[in-house]
Write a protein that binds this ligand. Structure first.
Ligand code: DAH
Length: 335
């Protein structure tokens, strides 16, 4: 086989090919062709039987290897020069500005609520969104017939598990965790099977407060809500209570806050009543104390629950609740 190769012209051909190689890829091809395992040279070296041929072929190999290495080095240097020249980074140029976002209005309100209650010494907590029927309804003294227990009103997983319909189960968790005195606010998502409209959304947020101590009265509840409403809406606000019914409070009330648009004179926002409904509240029902093993004779308590969407809507005059869930930046950037 080696006899068919002209070993005198082999290095010259290789030299020409090396000279013609204009890139690192091309020089690699040349190396494979003239020095690689299947090259004529490598095959011939494998067949060598005498010292003379061996010296000849190894001489050729060393020469071609040196040619390839030199060219490779030259090409690599040229490439480095080119990159140093072309890929200059001007470190004095101003950088790309990072877009800075801001908090969603619901998060803003959530933090305001947290701050208002932290200022009163309340503990802020966050509970599970998948609740048991026991905590969402039974221990809160919901009667068997209560409409919220219907799968048409609430999202059930099975007979015993439901997406919480309110933050009130936090009351039970808090009272079961440790003995009173207890002052807590729980904030988070709740779920109801409502159709999406301008005023309702099947997911929304509530904050739920609970105070358990000795000798608490409706006056304490009213003072607490007045403080919080003034923190959220401004120092001029007034609070009033209307009687109502909730399973887990007795008496139960609905707190109203005076309308900030008209100052109480009556306008479209308050439907010309001067007052805006804020949620539900009341004195903890003795049955609830019994359900968590507390003596209703020894302890008193008040509780309240309000929607965060409603608070955000009132603060920013947002007429449609869907705007808070659609994530449209043209809307959200305004707040
Ligand atoms: N959980 C009630 C609701 O979602 C609101 C509520 C009413 C919460 C009375 C309370 C309360 O803590 O005492 O409609």
């Amino acid at each position: 086989m080696s006899s068919t190769v002209d070993w005198e012209s082999y290095p010259r051909e290789a030299e020409a090919a090396v000279a013609a190689a204009g890139s690192l890829d091309a020089i690699e091809d040349v190396r494979v062709q003239y020095l690689g395992r299947r090259s004529a040279l490598a095959l011939a070296l494998r067949e060598v039987r005498d010292r003379e041929t061996g010296m000849l072929l190894n001489g050729i190999r060393q020469k071609v290897e040196a040619l390839v290495a030199d060219r490779e080095q030259a090409l690599a240097d040229a490439e480095l020069d080119r990159r140093l020249r072309e890929e200059v980074v001007d470190v004095t140029l101003p950088g790309d500005e990072l877009a800075v976002g801001h908090l969603h209005p619901i998060t803003q309100v959530r933090r305001m609520v947290e701050n208002a209650f932290l200022g009163l010494g309340y503990e802020v907590r966050d509970d599970r969104e998948v609740e048991t029927v026991e905590y969402n309804f039974d221990k809160l003294a919901f009667d068997e017939w209560h409409p919220a227990r219907s799968p048409r009103a609430s999202f059930f997983f099975d007979d015993r598990h439901v997406l919480r319909t309110e933050t009130s189960p936090s009351q039970i968790h808090a009272m079961e965790e440790r003995p009173p005195p207890l002052y807590m606010v729980s904030i988070g998502r709740v779920y109801r099977r409502d159709a999406i409209t301008a005023t309702r959304y099947p997911i929304f947020h509530q904050f739920e407060g609970l105070a358990v101590d000795r000798g608490l009265t409706l006056a304490d509840l009213k003072g607490t809500l007045l403080h919080v409403m003034r923190q959220l809406y401004g120092p001029e606000r007034r609070v009033r209570f209307r009687t109502h019914y909730f399973p887990f409070t007795e008496p139960s009330i609905e707190p109203d806050v005076s309308c900030g648009i008209c100052g109480g004179a009556g306008c479209r926002t308050c439907k010309f009543t001067g007052w805006i409904e804020m949620g539900g509240a009341g004195m903890v029902d003795p049955r609830v104390f019994e359900n968590v093993g507390l003596d209703p004779e020894a302890w008193g308590g008040f509780a309240f629950g309000c929607g965060l969407e409603r608070t955000a809507q009132l603060r920013h005059d947002i007429p449609d609740i869907r705007a808070l869930w659609e994530g449209d930046l043209r809307v959200l950037r305004q707040f």
